[in-house]
Design a protein around this ligand. Structure first.
Ligand SMILES: [Zn+2]
Length: 425
C-alpha cells in the first residue's frame, strides 16, 4: 500500500461542500465518543464499529445538517473513533492514575471509571474526512488545452477537482481518499491523500554493499562509509526573525487586523522551517535507501534521546535533525525498494572501541574516538557505525574492507580485557 498526498484546488462551491462535510464529521465524531463512553461505563467494553455505523445512520435521519453530508465518510469516522478509543484505553495514562487501573484490571466485571477517552474536537482541530471505498471517488485523466491532466471526482463535490501533483503516477488500484484541510491563517489549503495497492517489491539482486547509519544531533546521519550529513541547524537561521515577529505580536492588539497579519507571518515562517527539515530528511533517506542493500540502524526511541538534551539549543538541534522521521522514511523507502533494515541494540555503540572492544567512556562533546589500549583513532559516529555492523554480524563479510578494523583481535587471540591489561602493565 502506498499513499500519495497532493494539494487540490477547490472552487468556492466545492469548498462549501468539503467544509460542510468536515464539520458534519466532526459533530458525528464527538457524538460517537460520548456513545463509546456511555457503553463502556455500563457494559465494560467498547461498542463495535457496526453499532456506531447504526448510530451514524440514525443521526443522518434525524439531523438535516448531517444528513446532507456524504454517508460513507461517517462510517470511516466511526472506525476512527474506535481506533482512537482503543489507543487511549490501552495506551499510556497519567502517572497518578496507574493505581486505579491496576485494581480495575484485577476485577474485569467492574468497568474502569478512570478510563481515558479521546478528547472532544473543537472547531478547527478536526480537519479531515475519508472516502473509505473506491466507489465514492475516482481519479480521472482529461485532456484540456492539448495537455493530459489528472483530476479528482469526489462524492457530493460538484464538478472535477483540480490537483497540483501531476508528475507522481498512481500505479495500482486506488483504495481510499482522505481530504484534509490545513489552516494557513487567512486562508485554507486542501489536500487529498490517496492510498493505492501496489505489488510487493521485487527483491533487488544487484550487489549493493551493506551500511550502518548512526543518527545524532551534530551529524543527522553518519554512514560506515565515512560519509556524514551534517545538521544545518535551520532554526538558528530564522531565530532572530522569529523573535522580532513574536515581539511585534506581543505589542499588537489581540484580534485586530494587524495582529492577524503578524500571526500569519509567524505561521508561514514555521511552515518554511518545517518544509526545510522535511526536504533534508527526504534527500538523505532516499540516498541511503537507494545505494545500500542492507541498512543497519539503532533501535532507539527518539523521545528518550530528547530527554537527555541539556538545553534549549540542543532541543532545537533535535528538532532540526528530525531523527524519528528520518528512521521512518529510511525504513519505508528501503522496504519499497526491496532492501533490508536491521535494528540493533543501541547500548554502548558509541562507547566501545570498534577495533579491540574496550569500553572508552566519553562525553557527548567528544567527537573523536581515541582508544588508549590499541591506539585506534576514528570519528565518533563512524566508530559507532562499525560497532553496529559488528552487532548485526556483517563485519568482514562482503565488499566491506574496514580500513583498520579487527587487525588486533585476529593477530593475537586474546580477549579485549587481557589485551588491554597486557598493554597497560
Ligand atoms: Zn581499541
Amino acid at each position: 500500500m502506498k499513499t500519495i498526498k497532493m494539494r487540490i484546488e477547490l472552487t468556492s462551491e466545492q469548498r462549501k461542500v468539503v467544509d460542510h462535510n468536515i464539520d458534519a464529521n466532526r459533530f458525528v465524531y464527538n457524538s460517537m465518543i460520548t456513545a463509546c463512553k456511555i457503553v463502556y461505563h455500563t457494559t465494560g467494553h467498547l461498542p463495535t464499529v457496526f453499532d456506531l455505523n447504526k448510530l451514524g445512520t440514525q443521526m443522518r435521519h434525524n439531523h438535516g445538517y448531517i444528513g446532507s453530508a456524504y454517508s460513507t465518510t461517517l462510517n470511516a469516522t466511526s472506525k476512527r473513533v474506535i481506533k482512537a478509543c482503543e489507543k487511549t484505553l490501552g495506551g499510556k495514562r497519567h502517572k497518578g492514575e496507574r493505581k486505579a487501573e491496576s485494581t480495575a484490571e484485577e476485577d474485569p466485571q467492574e468497568p474502569n471509571c478512570s478510563a481515558h477517552f479521546p478528547r472532544y474536537r473543537p472547531k478547527g482541530s478536526f480537519s479531515s474526512f475519508t472516502y473509505p471505498s473506491p466507489n465514492d471517488f475516482s481519479v480521472v485523466t482529461e485532456r484540456r488545452k492539448g495537455k493530459k491532466r489528472r483530476y479528482l471526482r469526489l462524492g457530493k463535490v460538484p464538478g472535477l477537482v483540480r490537483c497540483y501533483n501531476q508528475s507522481t503516477k498512481i500505479e495500482g488500484r486506488v483504495k481510499t481518499c482522505t481530504v484534509k484541510r490545513k489552516d494557513m491563517g487567512s486562508y485554507h489549503q486542501y489536500y487529498a491523500c490517496i492510498t493505492y495497492e501496489t505489488e510487493p517489491p521485487v527483491k533487488d539482486e544487484t550487489p549493493l554493499p551493506p551500511v550502518a547509519v548512526d543518527v545524532g544531533v551534530s551529524n543527522i546521519a553518519a554512514l560506515s562509509t565515512k560519509k556524514t550529513y551534517p545538521n544545518d541547524h535551520i532554526f538558528r537561521t530564522y531565530k532572530k526573525k522569529l523573535a522580532k515577529l513574536q515581539r511585534q505580536l506581543s505589542r499588537a492588539l489581540y484580534g485586530s487586523p494587524g495582529y492577524r497579519k503578524i500571526q500569519n507571518r509567524i505561521d508561514h515562517l514555521y511552515e518554511k522551517i518545517n518544509n526545510h527539515r522535511k526536504n533534508n530528511i527526504e534527500l538523505i533517506s532516499s540516498e541511503i535507501a537507494k545505494n545500500f542493500s542492507v541498512i543497519v540502524m539503532e533501535d532507539l526511541s527518539v523521545n528518550s534521546l530528547r530527554k537527555i538534551s541539556k538545553n534549549r539549543t540542543m532541543t532545537n538541534g533535535y528538532n532540526d535533525a528530525s531523527l524519528g522521521l528520518l528512521r521512518k522514511r529510511i525504513t519505508d523507502k528501503a522496504s519499497s525498494a526491496g532492501h533490508d533494515v536491521i535494528l540493533v541494540d543501541p547500548r554502548d555503540t558509541s562507547q566501545l572501541c570498534s577495533s579491540c572492544g574496550t569500553k572508552v567512556p566519553k562525553d557527548l562533546s567528544v567527537r573523536t574516538h581515541v582508544c588508549p589500549c590499541c591506539g585506534y583513532v576514528e570519528d565518533r559516529d563512524v566508530n559507532s557505525c562499525y560497532n553496529m555492523l559488528q552487532l548485526a554480524g556483517l563485519i568482514g563479510v562482503i565488499w566491506l574492507d574496514p580500513p583498520a578494523l579487527l587487525p588486533h583481535r585476529e593477530q593475537n587471540n586474546q580477549t579485549p580485557e587481557e589485551e588491554c591489561a597486557g598493554t597497560t602493565v
